[in-house]
Design a protein around this ligand. Structure first.
Ligand code: CO
Length: 134
């Protein structure tokens, strides 16, 4: 079911500082910050040869990462995104296997304009999983 790792998302309290750290200390190519109000985050993309890292900072009220940063004030790995070929097929197989799909279980349009779903971290060893149809 799972394909490539599409991205790894890291929630950070200070996006400019995190982007500078990835650029200057780790020597990675980083994008300009992009505000994604419909997702409640501002994101910087770190482009790597085999995948991307997304640095996320809360944007606006009700950001989905605000509670995470309250618990992890210096930041932390928020989710890992795996690619799937058919998100509805993947969803139905996961539900049949007893996994919990977050929200109303309908795929939403993710940060890259593709359908995404999130799986409950308690079902997958404490890791929030995003599935993205590619
Ligand atoms: Co993501």
């Amino acid at each position: 079911m799972l394909g490539r790792v599409n991205h790894i998302a890291i929630a950070v309290p200070d996006l400019a500082a995190a982007a500078a750290s990835y650029r200057d200390t780790l020597g990675a190519a980083v994008s300009q910050p992009q505000a994604l109000p419909e997702h409640g985050v501002t994101v910087v993309f770190v482009e790597l040869p085999n995948t991307k890292v997304e640095l996320l900072q809360p944007l606006g009220q009700n950001s989905p990462i605000a509670a995470f940063l309250e618990k992890n004030p210096s930041g932390g790995m928020h989710h890992i995104c795996y690619e799937v070929e058919d998100i509805l097929l993947a969803r139905d197989r996961l539900i049949e296997a007893g996994a919990r799909v977050l929200g109303d279980i309908k795929p939403k349009t993710g940060a890259h304009g593709k359908p995404v779903l999130f799986l409950h971290p308690k079902d997958f060893f404490g890791t929030l999983i995003e599935l993205e149809q590619v």
